[in-house]
Design a protein around this ligand. Structure first.
Ligand code: ZN
Length: 88
């Protein structure tokens, strides 16, 4: 597959070089503009961590039963509890 690398300036102020599968020139430009309207991957990850930390703070003090299951199941359940605690 042919692709092009574009330098994207995100709305958060960060820049990324992103490889985009080459379609028509118009589609690549539209996708590059869409990417520029979004925050970068690092800010996205940071925002997610902050949301989880906020959710964890809200869960402190709430008596919940001990979760049982595999690490994967507990991780999934914990993430869902965290998100529901902040109304997401
Ligand atoms: Zn950023």
């Amino acid at each position: 597959m042919v692709s092009v690398v574009r330098d994207i300036s995100h709305v958060c102020g960060h820049q990324d070089s992103i490889r985009i599968a080459e379609n028509s020139h118009e589609k690549v430009e539209k996708y590059a503009l869409w990417l520029a309207s979004k925050i970068c991957k690092e800010c996205y990850k940071l925002e997610g961590r902050e949301t989880l930390n906020l959710a964890a703070e809200k869960l402190v003090g709430i008596p919940l039963p001990t979760l049982r299951g595999t690490d994967k199941q507990i991780g999934y359940a914990t993430a869902n509890l965290s998100y529901s605690a902040v109304g997401l």
